[in-house]
Design a protein around this ligand. Structure first.
Ligand code: BGC
Length: 793
């Protein structure tokens, strides 16, 4: 008997009120238990790259404290490893730590596609490419779940920006949704059967993801076969009854009955079926039963070996470090004297802010690791204020002096904490001015400079060509400092490859015009042209291309051969290590459809393999391509289609470094409906409306006030101003800190919708009260009165 069958039997014995109780969490991190009915609780915890297991001071923005846990590299670094086996190992370590803390489900991995690198949570996501995202996420899930702990794919779906994240509408055409934004989830669901999926905050084509039946049931369950539980992102519920019907099983966190009345009324009115409630409640119970069973069978598990996990974090950090440029200076020769410059050497940036923030078991700094290696035999200068990124003349003078005193300067720069966080997006991709100024001065004082970048996402690097090397550490987790020294001296090779393009300018990207620019809507005008799909299709080179990364040796790829039939092919290539030391590379195959009846990106990643070879060794690498690698989504027939014709299979070491090609012919393929090609990478209104199949939706107005009105927008009325202050005081009291001083708290507070004021009030404020406040705001607002007069006339 499956857990769901057992759960259904239990739920059949419950009253309606008890069933409704089960549909929301008991509190911030647990589901409702009913011991008298044999229903245990399940406990959930953030987050993707380490546990954020909290006690009493629970929050979902990473402000309260949490138990110490290993902080692994964040997802952008993990994506850059292109190493599913390593991701599984990390997943298993996360699972063990979760299990030891009594956590049943880890709220991760996050696998949203990085529509624009300025997204505040880019560091929490794996890639701009759905295949990399899906496969790496599946590997993580398999690792986590191998330890009897559930994983949670998040945030489903099209959750691409932080601005107004709880209500902005992602307007995206069906083909793009399928090919870019859903494919990663589809792969992960099919390859790893996650216990749970978390819906996103945003709307998708006009409907909140938390009540999107097409996404949560038709696609996720009926098409892909997902059989676990769907939970809401924290406070993502906008209409609970609609959510239950849509397939949102569990509201998180619990909102102390905020929505119970609404669900009861919908049942009474017949707009919600009891079957839907039964099913959702049963899935909650099934999760709890499953968790209980796993807990029992892991009771005698070995104690967690935190040293081993730290060592794993260190290995992962170098595997995710990407050597963007190197003129031969790296690895550093042992006889060179070194100047270490940059405050990140002593106060490292190794993770991002928000709900994923881990309280690490320990932190290795680059300064400490270098000291361990060289003793006092190196010079150090701080260069900038770590918190603000600002510098001053005294710091610059000191940095110049230190830089010129040594053979090589190792300059650690990047983005300060406040630049990339959950809750808001970056406005540009530049480094802080202080870091750029320091860089120019250090380069001037000593051209023999190696730049080490600590950022969770792409930044503009106009100066890269003037350095001797640029090493991207990403946000490498708690062992990033020691991993950096391993890599600088060549004890370990950096084997990361970019799983996202580094554009020359953020403004180059066609998503820029509509990314994080509007309070209620994001038109995905760039359709398929995200990341390398844009750069390669429209001839706008990236500064560093998708798939790029150097190592400490060189490789050649040759002799591409194909085997297989139709759209199931394997490309085999010879890969030779042409350098003088053993090394690792990532061989990638891109599929180019030679002629197609629909516009297609110039090429798309079809498979990859990470290989290690001895100097002079040649290995044969097989890259299997499945049908999907050749297909596109045909909206008319709602199916994936491979058209007959020629496909060029391009094998190389990045999307622009193709070393060998082979052509295959698919002789019988499916029929596709011809689709007009937009004239540019960003669709015009007319083109987008053709892609959408309907006129462009009018963005929701921010006035009159309604349940979606955010705290920021309360400023539009005098009464709202007062309310803002009250809410702020109450939140500050609860947090015990000033909101203005914490950018994450501020971002979150400003974008909180009115409905969430009720949901987060511990049952003190009802939705009815919120509605009355909204009425009062509208009655007293001159702007709303004017708007209403204008509408009447
Ligand atoms: C985030 C989720 C996270 C949840 C719980 C939300 O704000 O979007 O990723 O799992 O909080 O902390």
């Amino acid at each position: 008997m499956t857990h769901l069958d057992r759960a259904r039997e239990i739920v059949a014995q419950l009253t309606t009120d008890q069933k409704i109780d089960l549909l929301s969490g008991a509190d911030f991190w647990t589901t409702v238990a009913m011991p008298e009915h044999g229903i245990p609780a399940a406990s959930l915890s953030d987050g993707p790259h380490g546990l954020r297991h909290q006690g009493a001071d629970a929050d979902h923005v990473g402000i309260g404290s949490s138990d110490p846990s290993t902080c692994f590299p964040t997802a952008s670094a993990l994506g850059a490893t292109w190493d599913p086996a390593l991701a599984s190992e990390i997943g298993a370590a996360l699972g063990r730590e979760a299990s030891s803390l009594g956590v049943d489900v880890i709220l991760g991995p996050g696998l949203n596609i990085k529509r624009h690198p300025a997204g505040g949570r880019s560091f929490e996501y794996l890639s701009e490419d759905p295949l990399v995202s899906g496969r790496m996420a599946a590997a993580l899930v398999n690792g986590i779940q191998s330890e009897g702990v559930g994983a949670c794919l998040k945030h489903f779906a099209a959750n691409s920006q932080e601005r107004d994240r709880m209500r902005a509408d992602s307007v995206v055409d069906e083909r793009t949704l399928r090919e870019i934004y859903l494919t990663g989830f589809e792969i992960a669901v099919k390859e790893s059967s996650p216990w749970t999926v978390m819906c996103a905050y945003n709307k998708v084509n006009g409907t909140h993801a938390s009540q999107h039946r097409r996404l949560l049931t038709d696609i996720l369950r009926d098409e892909w076969g997902f059989d676990g539980l769907v939970m809401s992102d924290w406070y993502a519920v906008a209409d609970r009854a609609a959510g239950v019907h849509a397939g949102l099983d569990l509201e998180m966190p619990g909102s102390k009955g905020t929505w119970d009345g609404q669900v009861r009324r919908a049942l009474a009115a017949g707009t919600l079926a009891m079957d839907d409630v039964d099913l959702a409640a049963s899935r909650v119970v099934a999760l709890a039963l499953r968790a209980q069973e796993e807990r029992k069978s892991h009771e005698d598990g070995a104690a967690v070996d935190l040293d081993a996990h730290h060592a794993l974090a260190r290995r992962a950090a170098s595997a995710g470090s990407v050597l963007l440029r190197n003129d031969g200076v790296l690895p550093l020769a042992a006889d060179r004297s070194i100047a270490l410059i940059g405050g990140f050497a002593t106060a490292p940036r190794y993770q991002g802010a928000g709900s994923s923030q881990v309280n690490p078991t320990r932190v290795d700094t680059a300064y400490g690791a270098l000291h361990e290696r060289l003793g006092d035999d190196f010079a150090y200068a701080e260069g900038y204020d770590v918190k603000t990124g600002e510098t001053d003349d005294a710091r610059i003078a000191e940095a110049r002096r230190v830089a010129s005193s040594a053979d090589t300067a190792v300059l650690m720069i990047g983005l300060p904490d406040s630049y990339e966080a959950e809750g808001y997006d970056r406005e540009h991709l530049r480094l802080p001015e202080g870091h750029t100024r320091l860089l120019e001065e250090v380069l001037d004082a000593n051209p023999d400079t190696v730049v080490v970048l600590a950022t969770g996402a792409p930044v503009e690097l106009p100066w890269a060509g003037r350095t001797r090397a640029v090493l991207l550490s990403y946000l490498g987790g708690q062992a990033s400092g020691s991993a950096l020294v391993d890599v600088l001296f060549g004890d370990v090779e950096p084997t990361g490859r970019l799983a996202e393009s580094f554009p020359v300018l953020g403004a180059d990207l066609p998503s820029r015009a509509t990314f994080s620019t509007h309070p209620t809507q994001a038109l995905y005008r760039e359709n398929l042209y995200v990341g390398y799909r844009f750069h390669d299709s429209w001839g706008v080179p990236a500064r560093f291309a998708f798939g790029h990364g150097l190592g400490y040796t060189t490789f050649d790829v040759s002799n591409a051969k194909t085997a297989g039939r139709g759209a199931k092919r394997t490309v085999t290539v010879d890969v030779t290590n042409t350098g003088e030391r053993a090394g690792t590379t990532v061989v990638q195959v891109y599929v180019h459809d030679v002629a197609s009846s629909v516009p297609r990106p110039e090429q798309e990643l079809g498979a990859w393999s990470k290989v290690t070879l001895e100097p002079g060794e040649t290995g044969s690498v097989a890259l299997p391509l499945d049908e999907r690698a050749f297909s596109f989504y045909d909206v008319e027939s709602a199916s994936w289609v491979v058209e007959a014709g020629e496909f060029e299979l391009r094998v190389g070491l990045s999307s622009v470094d193709i070393r060998a090609t082979a052509t295959v012919r698919v002789t019988s393929g499916g029929d596709a409906t011809a689709v007009p090609a937009p004239a540019g990478p960003a669709a015009t209104d007319a083109e987008l409306s053709t892609l959408l199949g309907h006129p462009l939706p009018t963005p929701e107005p921010t006035l009159p006030f309604d349940r979606e009105t955010t705290v920021r927008e309360l400023k539009a009325s005098g009464l709202g101003h007062v309310l803002r202050t009250v809410v702020k005081r109450a939140s500050e009291k609860e947090m015990g800190a000033s909101i203005d001083e914490d950018p994450v708290a501020l971002g979150f507070y400003e974008s909180t919708p009115m409905r969430v004021l009720a949901m987060g009030s511990d049952g003190k404020i009802s939705l009815a009260t919120i509605d009355r406040i909204i009425d009062a705001l509208n009655l007293t607002s001159a702007k709303v009165r004017k708007q209403r007069r204008a509408q009447r006339s």
